[in-house]
Design a protein around this ligand. Sequence first.
Ligand code: EPZ
Length: 415
Amino acid sequence: MSSYIIEGGKRLQGESYVSGSKNASLPIMAASILNKGITKLYNVPNIHDTQMMIEILKSLGCKVKKNQNKIVIDSRNVCKYEIPENLMHQMRSSVIFAGAILGRYKKAIFSYPGGCDIGSRPIDLHLKGFEKLGVNINKNFGKIICNVEEITPCEINLDFPSVGATENIMLASCLANGTTTIVNSAMEPEITDLQNFLNQMGAKISGAGTNIIKIQGVNKLKDVSYNIMPDRIEAGTLLGATAITGGEILLKKVEINHITPIIDKLGQMGCKIKLKEREIELKAPKRLKAIDIKTMPYPGFPTDMQAIMGACLTMASGTSIITENIFENRFKYLSELEKMGAKVKIEGKSAIIKGTRTLYGTKVNSTDLRGGASMVLAGLSAKGTTKVDNIEYILRGYEKLDEKLNNLGAEIYKI
Ligand code: EPZ
C-alpha cells in the first residue's frame, strides 16, 4: 500500500488545469461496445478506474490501445457477455457494462458490485429499469443473469434520480425498436456527456440535463471520436486545496457551468472568484468563513465534494453544518480529521464542524476516494508532516494529483 508524505503550511499559488472526467469516461467507455467498430476517446484521465475499464473491455473481447489520455477501442470482436467477477468487485461502477452488454447482446451476466466505503450502494433501480424493458432477471449465488428476446421500449419512472441507473437504461435502450422515456432521470453533466457521445455514434437521445430523457432506438451505430468533458470534482478539489491553504490559483480547462454550486459555496466562504472562458481565478482569504452545506442530486451541491469541503471547514471561523443526503456512510473521513485536531460531531445525516485555528500533521488513512483527497487537503494546511495511507483510493480518481499540487508550491510525495 502506498502513502503520501505532505509537509504542511505551504500556500498554494500558480496555474493548474483540470483533467478529463472520471465519471464521464467510465460510462462512455462501456458504451463503446454498443457499436461493432472503432471508438476513439480523447482527454480520458489516466487513473486506476479507467485502467480497470480497459481490463473489462479486453475481457469481453475488445482490442484496446492507450496512449496517455487517448484510448482506441476496437469492439468488432466482442464475444463475451459476462463481466468477470473479480473485476466487478474491484470497481462497482463496472455495473455500467450491464446496460451496454444487454443493449448489444440482449443478455448479460454480472455479479452484485457490492457496497463500498460510502454506503450499501444497491442496484435495485438498475434492475427495475431492466425489468421494465422486458429483461428476465435470475439471481443465483451472487450472479445476476439477464436475458431478453427484444428490449421493450417503455416509460420508466425512477424512484430516485440515480446516475448509474439512468446511464444503464440509456445504454440498454439505445438499439431498441421504439422510444424509451426515463422520468426522474439524473441530471448530472456526465449524463449529458454520455448522451452527446451516443448521439455522435448515431443514437437518438434527448433530454439529458433535465429530469426526462427520451431514447429513440436506432438499428445501427457508427465509429466515433469523442473528447471527454473536464472533471468537475477534480476542479472542486484543486479549488478547495487553494482555499484551505489561503492561496490563489488560475485553474484552466474548466467547464464553469458544471461547478456553479461549488463556486457559490467557496464564495460564501470568503474566496474572491473571477470567471473567464473555461478558466477560474480564485483568491482565498487568510481564514475561511463557516457555512452550511446540504448535498443534493445535480444541480444541487455534489456529494462527491462533501469531504473536500469538510476538510476546508475544519479551520473556518465559526461552526459549519454539512448534511449528506445522498449516501448513508460518507462521513468516515471526519474521524481521520479528528486525529489532526479537527472538532467534529456527527448527528444523523449531519456533521457539525467547529472551526479551529490549526490542524496538526500526523498519520491518517484514506477511507475512500474523496475521503482520501480530504486528507491530502488537510495535510497541505496542517502544521508539520502528514502521512496519508492507502492512497490507492485516491489514485483511482485523480490524475497526477501530487504533481499538480507540487507545481502549485505544495510539498507532497508518494512512498
Ligand atoms: C455516481 O455513482 C458516481 N460514480 C458517484 O461518484 C457519485 O457520488 C454518484 O453518482 C452521485 O452523484 C460514477 O459515476 C462512477 P447513484 P452511482 O446511483 O451511479 C442510491 C465518486 O466519488 N441507489 O446516483 O453509484 C445509492 O445507494 C463516486 O466519483 C439506490 O438506492 O450513484 C445512493 O444512495 C462516488 N438504488 C443514491 O442512490 C440504485 O439502484 C445515489 O446513487 C442505485 C442507487
